[in-house]
Design a protein around this ligand. Structure first.
Ligand SMILES: O=C(O)CCC(=O)C(=O)O
Ligand SMILES: [Fe+2]
Length: 312
């Protein structure tokens, strides 16, 4: 992107009043999660639903140039299971326009105490209203495990429901303060997405890590009113139960990276070099590493006005 088309990142006075306060930022640092104020109007949230329905009906503004190996890509042939679709900020302009609202990036930057926030991934999620549907359960995990090829330990996720979202819907639930735990035993399976792993193993891993840290597992369900969202640190354990309500649970998991994040080589115990889906998509740095600041896939969402612009 050339300097001349670099967007300016500004907030209205009203938006500034929606930023986290200093005590909110301290709360996030201590607890590993944060519930925002109302960042989207009702009509913006309704537009997210409409855009997601167009997406599910097959509308795309562009397609990924190659299909990465572990792409989450629900389509109607998969039926009434939990839907996950990655890279929606790339493939669908209607969703991207709303998700790229600078205010979301500004909130993330304040929480992560950083000047720049880039999109890392966006996953459109839909839990059908089927209480007994096993794929609706999201087992305990933290996101950094499958971002092992990222240098940053300061990445974070905005969980953005498209309606009021509470316990009956199987809202996202955080394990309070778990981002500060030290990790016991790590193995290759942790780099795999929770959908590809055994939920019993994940439950045991959570209990084992809590015991190792002499910590109690305090599960906090995020009760999120329409237009609000929750944020979680990339090392905060979280999961969610099934959808027991009569309506679908619709959301985007908007995964964000701080400006300093970059690719690092991560070798599994087998000697295999781990790849994240980006690694077959993004442009390369001069030294050959995947560029996690490729503006096509990882656009800048927020840059604090004081930060000098860089040519990319
Ligand atoms: O859909 C959920 O409840 C959890 C989503 C998730 O794992 C995340 O936002 O990182
Ligand atoms: Fe997650």
């Amino acid at each position: 992107m050339s300097l001349s088309v670099t967007p300016t990142f500004t907030l209205t006075e009203e938006e500034q009043s929606l930023l986290p306060s200093d005590s909110d930022v301290a709360f996030y640092a201590e607890h590993g999660w944060y519930l925002t104020k109302k960042l989207f109007s009702d009509s913006e949230v309704d537009e997210l639903i409409a855009a997601s329905e167009r997406y599910y009906a097959g509308q795309r503004d562009r397609k990924l140039p190659v299909r990465p190996p572990r792409l989450a890509s629900w389509d109607p042939s998969k039926g009434d299971v939990q839907r996950h679709n990655d890279y929606v900020h790339y493939e669908h302009d209607g969703l991207a326009r709303l998700l790229r609202k600078p205010l979301i990036g500004a909130v993330a930057a304040a929480l992560a105490r950083t000047d720049e926030i880039r999109v890392f991934q966006s996953t459109l999620i839909y839990k059908p209203p089927i209480a007994a549907e096993p794929t609706n359960v999201v087992p305990w995990h933290f996101d950094k495990h499958y971002w092992s090829t990222s240098t940053s330990d300061n990445m974070l996720t905005a969980f953005i429901p498209f309606h009021d979202c509470g316990e009956e819907m199987g809202t996202i639930t955080m394990v309070d303060g778990s981002h500060r735990w030290r990790e016991t035993g790590r193995d290759d399976s942790m780099t795999r997405h929770f959908a590809d792993r055994d939920s019993g193993d994940l439950e045991r891993m959570l209990a084992g890590n809590a015991a190792y840290n002499d910590a109690e597992v305090v599960k906090v369900p995020m009760i999120i009113p329409k237009g609000h969202m929750s944020f979680h640190h990339c090392r905060t354990y979280h999961g969610s139960l099934t959808n027991r309500s009569p309506r679908p649970r619709r959301a985007v998991s908007f995964h964000l990276q701080d400006g300093a994040n970059a690719y690092r080589r991560f070798v599994l115990s087998t000697g295999e070099v781990l790849a994240y889906n980006h690694d077959v998509l993004v442009r390369r740095l001069p030294d050959g590493r995947p560029d996690y600041s490729d503006p096509d896939f990882c656009p800048v969402l927020w840059r604090s006005p004081a930060t000098p612009l860089q040519e990319d």
